[in-house]
Design a protein around this ligand. Structure first.
Ligand SMILES: [Zn+2]
Length: 216
């Protein structure tokens, strides 16, 4: 499922241009990759581990979550553009409603469960928005146990990526290489403020579509 980052309309699988606004929808790679990490570690793993810490006082079970739905990446991009002031929480909610309306016409399948869960719950939406932005700021108020689990998760993924790239590496070597990276894991480079401003331009129209964010 593809979605236009200029007007938030779904795009036919075949088409390279948005049939609604005529733009070519593309998220810059640096934003796309970072959004993927932000959704995965900054939101999906984080909320699960926080839940465990709340229940048991620690993280008992580590997960391996499946790939991330394209719509999550799109929403993370919108939340990130909020860091440079383009889209407010009200604008974000309006955007989510637009997606929800379109999803009503889509054949439901399991891959949409988590996104529908999110879109149907305003508190979860705001949590997602805030957590994606927090990920950009290195998750300042995160619980220590949760942070440790997220680091292990990222390290494990970095190690398996390295071994996929070079099958001659032993697991021990891969761990050493992964740990010697500046950010210690497979986190993609954080987009600069200037790079975030570029996506701001993409999401700008979305923002003007939503009525409730005149405050910004
Ligand atoms: Zn469009």
């Amino acid at each position: 499922m593809k979605i236009c980052i200029h007007c938030a309309e779904f795009i036919d699988g075949e088409s390279t241009k948005c049939t609604s606004c005529g733009n070519v929808p593309s998220i810059p790679t640096v934003i796309y990759n970072f959004s993927e990490d932000a959704v995965s570690y900054g939101y999906q793993y984080r909320i699960r581990y926080e839940d465990q810490v709340k229940k048991y006082g620690r993280v008992r079970i580590m997960y391996s979550l499946p790939g991330i739905h394209e719509l999550f990446i799109f929403l993370a991009g919108a939340a990130l553009s909020g860091i440079v002031g383009n889209i407010s929480t009200d604008g974000f909610k309006a955007l989510c409603n637009k997606i929800l309306r379109q999803l009503r016409n889509v054949q439901p399948d399991n891959s949409l469960d988590e996104i529908l869960n999110l879109l149907n719950d305003e508190n979860k939406l705001i949590e997602f928005y805030e957590y994606v932005q927090a990920y950009y700021h290195d998750m300042p108020h995160i619980n220590r146990e949760v942070m440790i689990a997220l680091r292990q998760e990222r390290l494990a993924n970095a190690v398996s990526d390295l071994i996929k790239e070079d099958q001659n590496l032993s697991p021990g070597q891969a761990v050493r290489i992964a740990m010697s990276k500046p950010d210690n894991q497979n986190m993609y480079t954080k987009p600069s403020i200037d790079e975030l401003k570029v996506i701001m331009d993409c999401y700008r129209n979305l923002n003007s579509d939503s009525k409730n964010n005149d405050a910004h």
